[in-house]
Design a protein around this ligand. Structure first.
Ligand code: SF4
Length: 400
């Protein structure tokens, strides 16, 4: 078994590798292999895997990529991630990726898919609509058609038909992946000092750019390591970070929140890898239907989903309660409409529920965190000073 430090180093290197080297190696290992890039937030990676391809998560350039050409494609008053993705593509870091999927989140991602088409990047570009109708016979069928469309694109490249057995096998692998990630979060809920949130982030993000089989092996080993009583507890409050699901905060900012006095016991940084709650049925003769049913019935709340019957503020409040968190940090990428439009809904509800929170905005390329660190530190101190008061007074009656 590898040491925990070496696993974290390996994952960090892969997570931030803008050349997507492991994916390139995987493709070169065998003739006919296909790489399919997908943007945040969520995409059912199972179907790409079953088609003999490898899904590659593309989450922007962070603070490693200087933007020169990308700015020419976008106005100044939108988020940063599309500029860095364009920059990465124009600098040929994605030349080994065969096709690109842009899941529907917002107009920015939609426009990014148009630029990829206009620039003829990749063999196919698919803007993928996700259902906002949650009736299985309407939204569910539509979603299966969208997945079939993606499979058709991959078949045009590798000529492979996707079998039911292959789909079920891929579902099993990703079920295991989600289980192991959830185990890490569950251990950290009670023992957050065993692994920092920055380390968790690298471990989970690495799984978006390496084969799932390899990621599962690493996750199994991480779970074994953190089942031991390692690390020393510190005097920190527990928080949930919400709103940072698409453009990713730089590693320094993820670290700064914990350094300022907050154990992050849940977050939506890598929401796509944790989007489906629980397992997808891997023993059916209709696996696309199983994936679609899981999306409709078992999705985590998200700014990209309008689900009027299950308000997201109640769902976030439940996460806060279940994780035993003292408060919430709303971290939104600057100009991120989905996140910033949701924030007042959460904050109004949390004012009534008595859940404490702060909010700030970031950009993937900022590397000065002094102000944010002070804000987070003051939040942590204020909760510790008034810790005699219940952290979340009487929300039990107000949430499901
Ligand atoms: S950061 Fe927000 S606005 Fe920008 S592409 Fe992502 S979801 Fe859209």
């Amino acid at each position: 078994m590898k040491s925990l430090d070496s696993i974290i180093s390996e994952c960090r290197a892969n997570a931030y590798d803008l050349n997507f080297s492991r994916a390139r190696e995987w493709k070169e290992e065998e003739e006919g292999r296909v790489l399919v890039g997908y943007m945040p937030i969520y995409f059912p990676r199972e179907i790409i895997h079953a088609a003999g391809a490898m899904p590659v998560g593309i989450f922007g350039g962070g603070d490693d990529k200087q933007i020169i050409k990308g700015d020419a494609y976008y106005q100044s008053y939108i988020c940063h991630i599309p500029r860095s993705i364009i920059e990465i593509a124009l600098d040929k870091h994605l030349d080994h990726v065969d096709g690109f999927i842009f899941p529907s989140i917002c107009d920015v991602i939609r426009n990014l898919s148009g630029i990829f088409k206009q620039q003829k990047i990749g063999k196919f570009v698919k803007y993928m609509d996700f259902p906002q109708n949650f009736l299985p016979e309407i939204g569910g069928v539509f979603y299966q058609q969208e997945m079939s469309h993606v499979l058709k694109y991959i078949k045009e490249i590798n000529g492979k038909d996707v079998t039911t057995e292959a789909l079920n096998h891929s579902i099993e692998l990703y079920n295991r992946n989600r289980q192991l990630i959830e185990t890490i979060y569950n251990v950290r809920q009670d023992f957050p000092w065993r692994l920092t949130i920055d380390e968790v982030y690298c471990i989970v993000r690495a799984g978006t750019v390496i084969p799932v089989e390899e990621h599962n092996e690493l996750l199994e080993q991480v779970c074994t390591h953190i089942s031991e009583d390692i690390g020393d507890p510190q005097d920190k409050i527990k928080v949930v970070v919400s709103g940072a699901f698409c453009e990713q905060p730089a590693s320094g900012l993820i670290k700064a929140i914990e350094e300022a006095g907050c154990y992050v016991v849940d977050d939506d940084y890598m929401l796509g890898s944790r989007m489906i709650l629980g397992d997808i049925d891997a023993s059916t003769s209709h696996p696309l239907q199983a994936i679609s049913t899981a999306y409709i019935k078992q999705s985590q709340y998200s700014s990209s989903i309008y689900d009027v019957h299950d308000p997201k503020e109640n769902r976030l409040a439940k996460i806060v309660k279940d994780r035993g968190a003292d408060g919430v940090i709303f971290a939104a990428a600057s100009f991120c409409d989905p996140s910033l439009l949701d924030a007042p809904i959460f904050q109004n509800a949390f004012d009534k529920m008595g859940i404490r929170y702060i909010a700030f905005q970031y950009s993937e390329n900022i590397n000065q965190y002094k102000v944010i660190k002070e804000q987070v530190g003051a939040f942590s101190d204020s909760i510790k000073l008034w810790e005699d008061e219940p952290a979340i007074p009487a929300i039990e009656d107000k949430i499901k």
